[in-house]
Structures are given as structure tokens and as C-alpha cells.
Design a protein around this ligand. Structure first.
Ligand code: FAD
Length: 391
């Protein structure tokens, strides 16, 4: 039997949500312990495209209503953290691109006119031409318009590594998690048979939240999964590109981000409409053929002869949403000692943490003294998907 442990806040899930929360709580003097059943970042976080959205793309379907959304402030907050002057010191984390771009392949002027009719949008985008274009679009045959969005793109594996560093000794690799009840109340969790008591238990286990809630006999808050079928390709001819390519619909036709592979080549990671419903219905070969056709049509000057391709199926996990729910805030629900959250976007991890701090404040949960943690089995860092699939 392991000796029992106690902490102020026991966090389940070591993705961006849990790790960000953990680092902020520790910085504020709380004792924390974060429990992870697989690898740090290996759920959705390291499979994400790493774009720190400011919400501009929502204007494409009319959902951007001004500065009130939490997401509008995210690029600034992350930039400050990356500069070492923000809420966390992320100064060593690599910024892959200082901007994300919006690119219309030339036939969509009408769509863009209504898009730019919004003042909120005009304040956030800047047209770019010539040498200011992303390198992959600098070609004599390129036709279309490109706009620079004030949204940065991060190296997520490096971000997760930094947050794991900020976690100090408070990370625990675990398999079996069960409720620990005392006098009929949830007092903590039993983790692989070890009792861990805490003032608050926070589930931020992404797609794992539903199952964790079920172990407590709870079905609320309800969760939804949104499946995606992403594509990645690696070739010595690829130059970095970070852009939403607009199609006729409300969602980008293609969202391209570029990630440095260990062998020095770039990997293009393709999402957007390509990866949604119709893409999910395609098998791997069909999905790769579709992606290849898209790139040949949109960027015919890029030589893909040596490209190696792979696809990745991954679900976004979110609170079940009614049609009225807003997509651009983190979600938090609480009952008794238990808090359950989904950031809904990597970019919104700071917003989820802020909501949890507000809940602690409201309930008078303050840092208390706990014995130091013993040496604990530490969960590994996730390997980037492109290193697994395109080594
Ligand atoms: P996760 O990263 O999924 O982490 C949950 C962790 O909990 C995992 O490590 C898992 O192993 C662990 N866990 C699960 N069950 C248990 C259990 N029972 N016990 C212990 N641990 C458990 N957002 C953006 O802002 N920008 C983007 O560009 C972007 N691109 C995306 C692209 C894709 C393909 C996807 C799928 C998502 C994207 N997102 C993006 C959304 C973003 O990735 C997620 O909102 C965010 O990563 C969720 O973080 P999380 O910590 O809640 O969950």
C-alpha cells in the first residue's frame, strides 16, 4: 500500500488545460498534484495546429460580435507569456509563426467584401503583398488575396515540455482512478490504490472527462466529440505556411500549419473543411488523394513528388452544445469539491484557468500546508504525431 497524499488541488489530465492550470496554481502558492494516464499533451493538445486564435475566423459565419469574447484577448496574453512577462514564463517556447494568414484563392471577392464589412474584422487584419507574403505563396503564378491576422502559432510539443518543467515534482503517472468518498462526500481520488485527498478535484481530461464522470456516477456536464481526419505531409521542398484558405462556405476550405520535424524537414499539417465531415467519411487513401488534389489546385508550383503522406484521426472533445452556445469561451462546471472543464481550444487554456481561480475565490479555497510529495512515477511527454507517423 502507498502512503496517502494530500494536496490543495488534484488535477486529472495532463493536456494544455491541466498543465496550464497546474503551473498557475503552483505559482499562486497552492499545492497541486496532476494525474495523467497516458502521456503529457498526447490527447488533443500535441495533435492540435497550435494556432492562438483571436476569433477572427468566426467572422466568416457572422459569429464575431466584438471584443466581449474571451478569445479576442488570447493572442495578447500568450504573447506576454512567451515574452516572459505574462501570467506564466514561457520565454523558451518556440513561436513557429508570429502571424496566421487568411488567404483567398482569387475567386472569392464577394465573400470577403461582407467579411470586411465588419469593423471588428477590419481592426484585426492587414492585407499583405509581395515580399510580405508567406514564403510558400511567393510565386509568379499565385493569384488571390492574403491577409495577416494577429494570431501566433506555437510549437505545442515545446510548450507542453515547458509546462511539465513548471509542474516540478507534482506529476503522477496513473492507471486506475476511483472516487475517494468520506462520510458520503467526495474527498479526493484513489489513484492506483493510493488515497489522495484534496480541497478541490479538477477533471480536465479532454475526451476522458465523460468516463471519469461516469466513475462518480455522473452524466453531467455532458460531453460531445467532434471527429476530425487530419492530413500531414513531409517533403524537402516544403516551406513554412500558416494560413486558412477560404472556400465558399463559413469554414476555411483548408487550414495549413507547418511543424519542424527532427530531421530538419517541414511537415505540413492540414485541417479545416478537408478534415471535417466528408473527410471523416473518407478512408486514409481517399483522404490523402483529396488533400493532394487540393494542394495541386491551390499551390500547383509546389513540388510534391517526394512528399510522404499520413492521416490522423482525432476527436475534439467539448461540452455538449446547444445551438445557442458560444464557441469562444472555455467551459467550467462545478458541484461540491468537483470541477469539470474543457478549454474548447488550446488558445483558451488561460480562460479556463481564470474561471477555476474565480471558483476557488468564490468558495474561499486558499493554499494550505501539505507534507512535501515523495518521488512519484512521472508520465512521459507525448511524441509529436508527425514523428510517429512520418519518421
Ligand atoms: P487534451 O489535450 O486531450 O488532454 C487531456 C489529457 O487527459 C490527455 O493527456 C489524456 O491522456 C488525459 N486523460 C484522459 N483520461 C484520463 C484519465 N482517466 N486519467 C488521467 N488522465 C486522463 N485549439 C487551438 O486553440 N488552436 C488550434 O490550432 C487547434 N487545432 C486543433 C487541431 C486538432 C486536430 C484538434 C483535435 C484540436 C485542435 N484544437 C486547437 C483544440 C485543442 O487541441 C483542444 O481544445 C485542447 O488541446 C484541449 O486540451 P485539454 O487539455 O482539455 O485536452
Amino acid at each position: 500500500m502507498f502512503p496517502a497524499l494530500s494536496t490543495d488541488v488534484l488535477i486529472v489530465g495532463g493536456g494544455i488545460a491541466g498543465l496550464w492550470l497546474n503551473a498557475r496554481l503552483r505559482q499562486s502558492g497552492y499545492a497541486t498534484l496532476l494525474v495523467e494516464s497516458a502521456s503529457l499533451g498526447g490527447g488533443q493538445s500535441v495533435k492540435s495546429q497550435g494556432i492562438i486564435h483571436g476569433g477572427t475566423k468566426y467572422a466568416l459565419h457572422g459569429a464575431l460580435s466584438g471584443a466581449s469574447e474571451a478569445i479576442a484577448d488570447m493572442p495578447r496574453r500568450w504573447r506576454e507569456a512567451l515574452a516572459g512577462s505574462g501570467e506564466l514564463d514561457l520565454s523558451g517556447v518556440r513561436r513557429l509563426s508570429d502571424a496566421h494568414y487568411l488567404w483567398s484563392p482569387g475567386t472569392l471577392a464577394g465573400k470577403l467584401t461582407s467579411f470586411f464589412a465588419s469593423k471588428a474584422v477590419r481592426a484585426r487584419v492587414e492585407p499583405v503583398k509581395g515580399e510580405a507574403l508567406p514564403a510558400a505563396l511567393q510565386h509568379a503564378d499565385f493569384r488571390g488575396s492574403v491577409y495577416r491576422l494577429d494570431e501566433l502559432v506555437l510549437d505545442v510539443p515545446g510548450l507542453i515540455e515547458r509546462l511539465a518543467e513548471l509542474a516540478g515534482p507534482g506529476l503522477l503517472a496513473a492507471r486506475e482512478i476511483a472516487p475517494l468518498r468520506e462520510a458520503g462526500e467526495l474527498a479526493g481520488l484513489s489513484v492506483d490504490g493510493r488515497a489522495i485527498r484534496a480541497q478541490r478535484i479538477v477533471f480536465c481530461a479532454g475526451a476522458g472527462n465523460a468516463e471519469l464522470l461516469a466513475t462518480l456516477g455522473l452524466s453531467q456536464p455532458a460531453m460531445q466529440r467532434r471527429p476530425l481526419h487530419m492530413v500531414m505531409l513531409k517533403a524537402p521542398t516544403l516551406k513554412p505556411l500558416y494560413a486558412h484558405c477560404l472556400g465558399g462556405g463559413p469554414k476555411p476550405r483548408l487550414t495549413v500549419t507547418s511543424h519542424p520535424a527532427a530531421d530538419g524537414q517541414w511537415v505540413w499539417y492540414l485541417g479545416g473543411d478537408l478534415a471535417e465531415a466528408e473527410g471523416v467519411a473518407r478512408d486514409e487513401a481517399q483522404q490523402i488523394a483529396t488533400a493532394r488534389r487540393e494542394l495541386n489546385e491551390l499551390l500547383p508550383w509546389i513540388d510534391l513528388a517526394q512528399a510522404r503522406w499520413a492521416t490522423l484521426r482525432v476527436d475534439r472533445a467539448e461540452p455538449a452544445q446547444s445551438a445557442l452556445a458560444r464557441p469562444d469561451n472555455a467551459f467550467l462546471a462545478g458541484q461540491g469539491r468537483l470541477l469539470v472543464g474543457w478549454p474548447t481550444k488550446l488558445a483558451l487554456a488561460p480562460d479556463l484557468t481564470e474561471r477555476i481561480f474565480a471558483s476557488l475565490e468564490r468558495d474561499g479555497v486558499r493554499p494550505t500546508a501539505h507534507p512535501p510529495l515523495p518521488a512519484l512515477p512521472r508520465p512521459p511527454l507525448a511524441r509529436p504525431a508527425w514523428e510517429e507517423l512520418l519518421p
